[in-house]
Design a protein around this ligand. Sequence first.
Ligand code: BGP
Length: 460
Amino acid sequence: MIKFPQDFFFGSATSATQSEGAGDIFGKSPSIWDYWYEIEPFKFHNRIGPKYTSNFYFDFKENVDLMEKTGHNSFRTSISWSRLIPKIDGRVNEEAVKFYKDYFKAIKDKGITLFVNFFHFDMPMYLQEIGGWANREVVDRYVDYCLNCFKYFDEYIDYYFTFNEPIVHVECGYLSQYHYPMEVDPKKAVQVAFNTQLASSLAIKALKKAGLKKKIGIILNLTPAYPRSNNENDIRAAEYANLFAQKSFLDPSVLGSYPEKLVDIIKKENLMPEFNQKDLDDIRENTVDFLGVNYYQPLRVKENPYIYKDDAIFTPNKFYLNYDMPGKKINPYRGWEIYPKALYDIAINLRDNYNNIEWLVSENGMGVEAEDRFKKDGRIEDDYRIDFMKEHLFYLNKAMKEGANCKGYQVWTFIDNWSWLNAYKNRYGLVEYDLETGNRKIKKSGYWFKELSDNKGFVE
Ligand code: BGP
């Protein structure tokens, strides 16, 4: 049997935008997602936008019952900034306060440990209009927002996270055009990355000053970069990929400083952000207590043999190219490689190079299209998802036996939810959500997860 500690966290994660619904009512103002959908609905799968998602705003009580039935002893969601503070005047929306209090209390009443994240890709539009993360004023507003979350909801929250996958809004928003504002502006991307890190560190500082007693962390998508071959050029490419993809937030968040090599590149490319010495002191002095690690797929890279022209727009791909490894195991619906051993590698890296910091798997999962095909007697028999979890848990367990300081495993996600651009194309839930009727039904994986959580392990 693969066994985990008695106090191991089993549960799932979601985000406000992807689960709450009620996108434009009860005082909520548009986030960049609501706005983007309004102007370019064709960018979203089947033109389904964020206004109606899994309806937690209305159904959280039923959902919390289902969490219990699927073995959750922990759950992570985020607070919607544009719901809690809908306008530039900074005033708190009382309806949002009531909603989150009721919702979080329902979770706590079931004895479920609550992890709350402040920012999951969802910048309020009124702040994007003044520059979003590129504007230093937004950092101060974020700290103020975090303090409000603490003031109103601390009695329910067990663990805090400052950001989910911050590299994603940097890359997708300012380099690769997958998120609004869809700019291609490397200098701004670096400023956005720096301001985001600063916001995380300053929030930790302010919350601790305000009396925070709970642990606070950050969620990173720590995809290890694997070189195509042992050729030194490929190995160097992987080192560069790790600098950009992993260490850019991992090092300042956990160790309090940026890797020198990364700073050298940014300087050489004339991309240095604006900051002052105090900012660096704040980053150094306010590191995280623990980490959330989202893991879906590895990053495979090879050397970039091409020469860039002098005025080429900077991209991290100058230093490495993505490598499409022949014969890799893949989830065809999402196009992501399945490589469970990476979880072991992540764990050992944190053990050996990051002070063996406490962490948990904060997202891991498999999105599958048209799951109706797998229905037997009305239930989705998602054995592929059970296998996926087992394989990842196996490697996680192996690392823990070798001293990795992992405290839990949370899947993406509890109930089929809305995905940023894929809307409801790929379903990830332990629970099926019928978009037409709103009906919910536990999948086979949900029952398996309950056994896993009850037994704190599974038979191989
Ligand atoms: C993570 C995000 C989640 C979630 C997940 C699945 O990176 O933190 O919000 O969406 O990926 O990805 P997708 O929804 O694109 O299939």
